[in-house]
Design a protein around this ligand. Structure first.
Ligand SMILES: NC(=O)C1=CN([C@@H]2O[C@H](COP(=O)(O)OP(=O)(O)OC[C@H]3O[C@@H](n4cnc5c(N)ncnc54)[C@H](OP(=O)(O)O)[C@@H]3O)[C@@H](O)[C@H]2O)C=CC1
Ligand SMILES: O=C(O)[C@@H]1CCC=N1
Length: 268
C-alpha cells in the first residue's frame, strides 16, 4: 500500500492510524488525513503521527485505498464530496456504522468495497473487528484487507447483515466494559480502597479472565463454577446480580445496540 487517505479524522480514524503505524502496516508519510472543517484536529494528527494532511481533493486521484470513517449521518455528503476526485477503481474501506456497501457503491460507483466494524482498541493493536466484502473484492485484495485488520487486532469475516450484531457486541463493546469499570471503581472506593488500587485489581482481573477463556478452552459457566464456593462470597455476589436481572440487562443492551445499527442503516 503506497498511499492511504482517511476521509474523517476523529476517534476511530486515530485508533486505526496509530495501530497501522505502530504495527508497521504503512509508513506514516503515506497516510493522508482530511475532515470537514476542524483544521486543528488535522494539525494534531500530523504533529503526533507524522501523517500528511490532504491539501486539496486532487490528491485523492492516486490513492491506493480510501478509508471512510465519518459518522453515519455524514456518510453521504462525505462520499458525494470526494466522488468527482477519486479514480474509478480505488478500493474503499468503510468504517461507518450501519451504512451498507450498496449505499457506498450507489454513490461512489461499482468498485471493491470492504466494510469493517473495528473498535477503539485498534490503538494498541487489540481491536476485535468484523469485516464483509462486496463482490468486486478480489482474493488478493481480501487477503490484503484481512492482513491490515489483523495487524490491529483480530478480524473475522461475516455476512454483511451480521455486522449489525458485531457492532452491538464488539464495536460498542469497549464502552460497556469501561462503564462496568466505572461501576467497579465506584463500589470499590465506597468500601474503602483507593481508586488506583481498585483499577489495578480490576484491570488485571478482567485481563486474566479474558486470557483464561482464550487459553484454557473451558466454557464460561465452568470457569465461573470453579470460582464459586458453596455458601461463599462469589455465590452471594452472583445472587445479587441475578436479583438485579444482570443477564436480562446484557441481552437488552445488545438488542438495543443491534436495533439502533439497523435503524441507522435505514435512515441513511
Ligand atoms: N468510535 C468508535 O468506537 C467506533 C466508531 N466507528 C464508526 O467510525 C465512524 C467515525 O466515528 P468516530 O471516529 O467515533 O467519529 P468522530 O466524530 O470522532 O469523527 C468524525 C470525523 O468525520 C469528519 N467528517 C464529518 N463530515 C465529513 C465530511 N463531509 N467530509 C470529511 N470528513 C467529515 C469529522 O470532521 P470535523 O471534525 O471537521 O467535522 C471528524 O473528523 C462512525 O461511522 C462510527 O460509527 C466504528 C467502530 C467503533
Ligand atoms: O456508537 C457508535 O455508533 C459507534 C459504532 C460502534 C462504536 N461506536
Amino acid at each position: 500500500m503506497q498511499k492511504i487517505v482517511f476521509v474523517g479524522a476523529g476517534a476511530m480514524a486515530e485508533a486505526i492510524i496509530q495501530g497501522w503505524i505502530e504495527q508497521e502496516v504503512i509508513e506514516a508519510n503515506n497516510i493522508y488525513v482530511t475532515n470537514r472543517s476542524n483544521f486543528e484536529r488535522l494539525d494534531y494528527l500530523s504533529t503526533k503521527y507524522n501523517v500528511e494532511v490532504l491539501q486539496n481533493k486532487d490528491q485523492l486521484i492516486d490513492a491506493d485505498l480510501i478509508v471512510l470513517v465519518v459518522k453515519p449521518k455524514d456518510g453521504k455528503s462525505a462520499m458525494k464530496a470526494i466522488k468527482p476526485y477519486i479514480a474509478e477503481n480505488t478500493p474503499i474501506l468503510t468504517v461507518m456504522a450501519g451504512i451498507a456497501m450498496d449505499t457506498v457503491s450507489d454513490i461512489l460507483g461499482k468498485r471493491s468495497i470492504a466494510r469493517v466494524m473495528p473498535n477503539t482498541s485498534a490503538t494498541i493493536g487489540m481491536s476485535a473487528s468484523g469485516i464483509a466484502f462486496n463482490e468486486y473484492v478480489t482474493e488478493k485484495q481480501k487477503k490484503q484487507f484481512m492482513k491490515m485488520l489483523d495487524a490491529i487486532g483480530i478480524v473475522i469475516e461475516v455476512e454483511e447483515d451480521k455486522l449489525h450484531a458485531v457492532t452491538a457486541l464488539s464495536g460498542s463493546g469497549p464502552a460497556y466494559l469501561y462503564y462496568m469499570m466505572e461501576a467497579f471503581e465506584k463500589a470499590g472506593t465506597e468500601f474503602g480502597l483507593p481508586k488506583e488500587t481498585v483499577r489495578k485489581l480490576m484491570v488485571q482481573t478482567i485481563a486474566g479472565s479474558a486470557a483464561m477463556l482464550d487459553r484454557v478452552k473451558e466454557e464460561p459457566n465452568e470457569l465461573r463454577r470453579k470460582v464459586t464456593s458453596p455458601g461463599g462470597t462469589t455465590e452471594a455476589g452472583i445472587r445479587a446480580l441475578e436479583d438485579h436481572q444482570f443477564s436480562e440487562a446484557i441481552f437488552e443492551c445488545i438488542k438495543s445496540a443491534e436495533a439502533r445499527s439497523r435503524e441507522l442503516a435505514k435512515s441513511e
